[in-house]
Design a protein around this ligand. Sequence first.
Ligand SMILES: [Cu+2]
Length: 703
Amino acid sequence: MLRRILLFTGLILSLPVFAQEIHEITVVGVQDSHTVVTDDTLVAPADTAQMLRKMPGANINKNGELTGIAQYRGMFGDRISVAVDGAQISGAGPNAMDAPLSYAPVALLESLTINRGIAPVSSAQETIGGYIQAKTYQGDFGSGQQLELSGRTYFGAQSVNEGMVASGFFSLANRNHLIRAFVMNESADDLEFPGGKILPSEYERERFDVGYGYRNGDHEISFDIARNNTGDAGTAALPMDILSIDSDLFRSRYSYSANTFNLTAELFGSDNEHWMTNFHLRRPPQDNMMSPGRMRYRQTFAASENLGYTIKLEQYAGNGSWLFGLDGHFTEHEAVVTNPNAQPFFLTNFNGAERDVLGAFVERSLSINDELGLDAGLRYNRVSMDTGAVGANLNPMNMAMGMPVMMNNMAANLANQFNSANRAQTDHNVDWFARLSLETDRDLIWYIGAARKTRSASYQERYLWSPMESTGGMADGKTYVGKIDLDPEVAHELELGFDWESGNLSLYPRLFYRDVSDFIQGTPSTNMTVNQFAMMMSNMGMGAPNPLQFNNTEATFYGFDLEAAYELTDRLTLRAIANMVRGERDDITDNLYRVSPDNLILGLDYRRDDWLIALESITYADQDRIAITNLEQTTDGYSLVNLSARIDFAQGAELRLGVENLLDEDYFDHLAAYNRAFNPDIATRSRMPGLGRNFYGRLMWYF
Ligand SMILES: [Cu+2]
């Protein structure tokens, strides 16, 4: 028995502990991705997006505990392509309350990978800002005829919000069949920070997955369905909180690996329904001079549908490979705002907003000689969009005169402008990339990459017709209107770096420069009706005056990121991640909104046979480079200390314990936006506080 335990422990330890890299070497390749394997990395939060904070170049725009929007090298939201098990998910929430990574809860996540720098055009359709891949637990086929049960249970708890998670993954498999199932339940109370509580920030979520895989020879096929139910979840940085997000997800994958080629086909879809309100979790609107509070109760029903496919054929050539592919992603969004206290009140936020992307690409991976490798590719995307007519009734009591009548007339005026416009739009977008890697000696590989990447406007950027905050989670407190005929953004990008692995040291620095023409950004609205409407709403206690309109502008992003590790001894490793990014407008003198401050993570890991301890410092610089256009506020720098430990105490069982913000530092996360709910401890529209000291634990049992 003891021998078996020792053998097992040995096996565990031979895996890269806190492994952060998977080398994806094709030809003479450089490390072009960074992977965090959940099993090897201690994570406290429920939201997978929070793991991005520890990945080079990446960060998170956090609008709630389950509402994390991915940021990479200064770009975020729809500019970052996120795949969950190969599926693209455009969430139901027009403010990205269900951002794509919320569909891969941490308890189900096997790994999270970011592409460092320029993403190949094959990775996804629109990759202007980067590409992130979440993989959930799938289980493995067995080796024999006999069906065998295996799996993992996972329990977690944390002190900062009394959060709890319980989950189980089960698989029944032999060499041909694999049946898998997952169940999870998690919930938390409101968060604590050194000066009080963040109201509301509680959450509850359930998840159920069932899947089947069949493998025979070189063929493999799988089908998976999942249900993701989020219940009450506070998003104090947004105008409303989550009442429900009920999603049904589907995915299927077929692959055939032959001697000379590899064929994969994927089909995915999702159906997402979402309710949010401004009264059920936060303090509801109060009576004021201009209007009774009950007339400002708002609830929104929003829904999205996704359908997509990818077909890839990889053909091996003597000195590399060719890759040919076709893909499609079709989405449709609805959103209607109502008031439970005034039935006739409604406002169509989005009505059947469609966005269909059809793509085709070719890629070449080539060894030019023993030292020189080339990856290059070309993609074409056809993006076609359209939407239905909109309307509103802002005078539910049928008053004969006064504010509601004026507001209702203005809304009708805006709706007419929108409904009489030609709303169907089609863009033809061409992307390409080329990356060269040169091995100058055994320890050093130089890397240079260039790309052109495009992104067409989102449905919000085109079709938001009345000034509102439905902006994909900008959370800048500004109201926006869209512009139907926005041109696609075009980024030209250069990247330079090297991989140096010598003795105990590994070093992966990258420099990047990205010029974006027609960058889509809110600029002050010049539409008089829009401006008057926003002013009136603001006077009544809703939204803010001086709305922005999405427009084509010019922007530049540049910076530097670094990943490094140094093995001090067999047992002691020092690791570092450093990030620097600048985002600037070129058409006017301004910075871009919500760009991560410079930051540095230093970690020290000490390993023993059956335990491991890690000490980490996270330092953020001041952020003074703020977007005046978005009324952004500066933040001061800060330093946090985290401590964590892992103990393998029995066969297949692991306990992880940790504390985040050990010194209970008082700080503000620049990317966490502003308070929009009534909070006794936080002024309205002031920065959301960073979280206080958090003790957490995680118990996993593999069987
Ligand atoms: Cu929402």
